[in-house]
Design a protein around this ligand. Structure first.
Ligand code: ZN
Length: 196
């Protein structure tokens, strides 16, 4: 991924997931691993982002331990999305982080005007709101959108994109940037092999 000066890569998502699944994508994409730009690295950057994305109330303080926990949740979610793009299943440590989130949350059934039933996370703490993201994951896992949310197959990138391709076979956040780079690498690797 690339960005213009003064911008965060996630501000211009090229392959956004539909709402509300984009909330999960947006959290995981708060770091651009390739260029080392992390929106959650400093509390002064992280707090406004967390408030704007409804994970933190405007009057809440954000301490270092909680911010560190959000970053762990971010990487645990990424592990699930690496698995969606054909990578290994999430490890025990990543699942433990998500289970910690689940244990901190509670939910309430909401009956809509047409009798539709949804679940809404209750509580205003950061952890309670992170647990709300798990409800979004759960809904997406049931409606099939989840499998389309993937981490880029380029190990140096791992940017999360929503795969709109008909056959759900997309592997790269951006074919021109990551897809071709890997292809070129494979090509060079083949050329380095001794000829017979
Ligand atoms: Zn990529």
């Amino acid at each position: 991924m690339t960005r213009a000066p003064g911008q965060w890569t996630g501000d211009n998502e090229e392959k956004p997931a539909p709402a509300p699944l984009d909330r999960v994508q947006n959290l995981v994409n708060t770091i651009d691993i390739e260029i080392g730009q992390d929106r959650l690295a400093r509390a002064e950057d992280a707090a406004p982002w967390l408030v704007a994305n409804e994970l933190l109330t405007a009057d809440s303080a954000l301490d270092a331990a909680e911010l560190d926990f959000v970053c762990k949740v971010r990487e645990a979610l990424r592990a699930l999305l690496v698995h969606n793009s054909g990578g290994p299943a999430p490890g025990a440590g990543e699942l433990a982080v998500l289970r910690e989130v689940a244990a901190s949350g509670s939910a309430q059934a909401v009956i809509g005007d047409r009798g539709d039933v949804t679940w809404r996370a209750t509580g205003d703490s950061l952890r309670a709101r992170l647990a709300g993201l798990l409800l979004i994951v759960r809904d997406a896992q049931r409606d099939g959108n989840w499998q389309r949310l993937k981490a880029c197959a380029n190990d140096d990138c791992r940017w999360v994109f929503y795969d709109q391709s008909r056959n759900r076979g997309g592997a790269w956040c951006n074919m021109a940037v990551c897809g071709n780079r890997l292809k070129n690498r494979d090509f060079r690797a083949r050329r380095r092999q001794p000829s017979r």
